[in-house]
Write a protein that binds this ligand. Structure first.
Ligand code: FAD
Length: 397
């Protein structure tokens, strides 16, 4: 343990620690030696010069870690369309970059995607690293990882954010493994410890029973993925522009292990709960399959909402897994979320906290959902929902 008020930040303990477990306590450091032989001939203290930002003091790191600067957001695009989660992350990344007093950059990989750069600036990026190449036409872990790692090794960002989509999860894991750095997946909150210059990545842990804040103290870049709709998308600033960097990276199909022949889109109904404005979700309290669809589906249809479900309802076989909301389902952020016969287990709650209004109906006045909801009705869904349909239709018309 470092006794903070006795530590003079000389760094000697850091040098002698046999397991390299120590670092300077105040994450100080544009290190300066200020030996003052007149006052203390023994002194050879390292002092910290801390860079000022308008509101807070932000540490500067010395050594290898100090070479890494700036916040990056991976701009995920499919068929030339930016995935909304990337724009959400630009908003979150902007806040982190401002706290650190550094630039926010977007990393855009693809084929003929240059037209997207203006949007990326407008959502907050100061800089864009664009690698536009036919080999990057479709996402492949192999090519995207190689390009991303080259960019990181050349430009040394301190933080990288990616959407926790199928692509983002795949790429983040591959990049973090290749760089041998820390990655926190599925974060629900991001912040900066300005004193230690660390990314504070918060996510549910131990089955959602606790929220853990995870840091990567000794490695850079610090990486995190965030699910769609967890961060609020900020308003774009039309006409905002920045710096475009187009690194030359040699790419060829020749030595690649995979080749994309064709993309076959999934057939069947698209659920897309993440984009829904109103969701009526049902849980075990609906009793059985028929009642689930009668009550939950009935209300959803009457007010033009989408149907969602708790894991209990999914596991009972009342509805498919793609409708599940929560930690192992989707994270949603509708204007109104109805929780019918859902107790409010933490694993469900982490998926609905971005909702503007939560309306819960439950027979148990002590159900945890009542601590989380905006409006709570204690009672039987079978009696209450039919009474709500008409007034809700008028209200929402
Ligand atoms: P219950 O907890 O059984 O609650 C049913 C509620 O209905 C009760 O509160 C009861 O009072 C009420 N009720 C009964 N009859 C009526 C009635 N007639 N009218 C009104 N109310 C009534 N769960 C998820 O939902 N999503 C996830 O993504 C998810 N991921 C998980 C991940 C892990 C690792 C684990 C361990 C669990 C996860 N769970 C998830 C499960 C979660 O812990 C709960 O078990 C689940 O959310 C409970 O679903 P429920 O609220 O429908 O059922």
């Amino acid at each position: 343990e470092v006794i903070k008020d006795k530590c003079v930040e000389c760094g000697k303990c850091v040098e002698v620690c046999p397991v390299e477990a120590l670092s300077l306590p105040k994450a100080a450091v544009e290190a300066k030696t200020t030996a003052d032989p007149k006052s203390d001939p023994e002194a050879n203290h390292t002092t910290a010069t801390v860079k000022e930002t308008p509101s807070v003091k932000v540490a500067q790191l010395s050594g290898d870690l100090g070479r890494y600067q700036g916040v990056w957001v991976f701009i995920e695009q499919r068929e030339g369309r930016i995935m909304p989660v990337s724009l959400e992350l630009l908003g979150a990344g902007r806040k982190l970059a401002d706290k650190l007093g550094v630039e926010l950059s977007g990393v855009l990989l693809g084929n003929q995607v240059r037209a997207l750069v203006d949007t990326i600036y407008e959502y907050g990026a100061d800089k864009i690293y664009l690698v536009d190449h036919p080999v990057l036409n479709y996402y492949r872990a192999e090519t995207y990882m190689q390009v991303f790692v080259k960019l990181v090794n050349e430009y040394l960002p301190e933080i990288i954010l990616m959407g926790a989509t199928t692509t983002g999860r795949d790429l983040a894991g591959a990049v973090a493994t290749e760089l041998a750095t820390g990655l926190t997946a599925d974060c629900t909150a991001l912040d900066i410890d300005t004193e230690k210059r660390l990314l504070l990545a918060t996510r549910p842990a131990f089955g959602g029973n606790i929220m853990a804040t995870i840091v990567a103290k000794n490695h850079r870049p610090q990486m995190a993925t965030v699910r769609p709709k967890v961060m609020k998308m900020e308003q774009p600033v039309p006409g905002r522009r920045g710096v475009l960097i187009t690194p030359e990276i040699e790419l060829s199909e020749t030595n690649l292990l995979t080749r994309v022949l064709e993309i076959v889109k999934e057939q069947g109904e698209q659920v897309n709960l993440q984009e829904a404005e109103i969701i009526v979700a049902g849980g075990r309290g609906l009793g059985d399959r028929d009642n689930f669809h009668r009550i939950c589906g009935g209300l959803a249809e009457a007010i033009g909402a989408r149907v969602g479900a708790s894991r209990a309802a999914v596991e009972a076989g009342w509805i498919e897994q793609k409708y599940q909301v929560g930690q192992t389902g989707v994270t949603v952020a509708p204007k109104i979320y109805f929780a019918l016969g859902i107790s409010g287990a933490i694993q469900h709650l982490v998926g609905i906290r971005g909702s503007d209004i939560i309306i819960a109906i439950n027979t148990d006045p002590n159900a945890p959902i009542f601590k989380e909801c905006t409006y709570g009705i204690v009672g039987d869904v079978n009696k209450i929902v039919p009474l709500l349909i008409e007034p809700l239709q008028k209200l929402l018309a």
